[in-house]
Design a protein around this ligand. Sequence first.
Ligand code: XMP
Length: 326
Amino acid sequence: MADNLRPESLQRITTPELAKDFIDEQIAALRNQIGGKKVLLALSGGVDSSVVAALLIKAIGEQLICVHVNHGLLRKGEPEQVIQVFKNQLGANLIYVDAVDRFLNKLVGVSDPEQKRKIIGKEFIDVFAEEARKLDGIEFLAQGTIYPDILESVGVKAHHNVGGLPADLRFELVEPVKFLYKDEVRIVGLALGLPESMVFRQPFPGPGLGVRCVGAITRDRLEAVRESDAILREEFAAAGLEGIVWQYFTVVPPFTSTGIKNGKRTDDWMVIIRAVNSIDATSATIEELPYPLLYKIRDRILSEVAGVNRVLYDLSPKPIATIEYE
Ligand code: XMP
């Protein structure tokens, strides 16, 4: 446990200068730990794994092998951004795995939320393990563990933990940001040159859009979630709310309602908008969005997203509601 306590000598990182010092120290420590060996990293594009990747690219360059698994439940543009930033800009050794069909086929007809999470988690481990087995000479596994993950053994992330890699793939761990809090990880990310849109990303659940396409996932309803989420994010960014509102997304429940279009009755889905503020996800309040913004988002969703005839704004705080719908 002593290994898992933040060292008293580690100063709180509050400025770019302190972040640079941390980065220099970590680069030296990583080179010392890893030597000439190879390191594997599952790079989701989330803040933590992205910062670890950028740090390791600086420290050991091509000895780092990043694997980005596209499970089909990522937000619009995310896989492209990972490739653009890490492969094209930072020159990372990046393996992109298109596992969309594999995940979505496994999820057909599965409506129980915990079952969905288990399938997504297990499939992720399987895909990652298959990629790891194709590679020779890997000795280390890098992870974006941060200090709250260690402290909150019964916290938000813990109950979503689906277990680790199989026994034959138990590599030595490399966890360079494990003593940092999220705000410190972000400052380090900026100092490493990662784009703000990556560093200040809102929290995004591991099972991704899978828990926002409520019930049994279908490809067309999943696209309605993805497209409406992209519109919401675009309009929040245009309104200056990016990085201000803690978490905002859309949800599409698995039932339809009646509408009318071109004089004909429709039977289509509804998109629910959720925008909440929170400190640590244990409770949340509702963002008071201005009506003109809500109308703009509504108009775009109703005209641009196929199969949708209704837009709702969820006013429920946590508790009594949870942030996600399942
Ligand atoms: P709830 O819905 O429990 O969500 O109020 C609290 C926070 O946790 C996120 N969340 C998840 N994160 N895997 C994750 O990594 C999950 O399965 C999961 N479910 C919820 C949620 O987005 C919110 O920030």
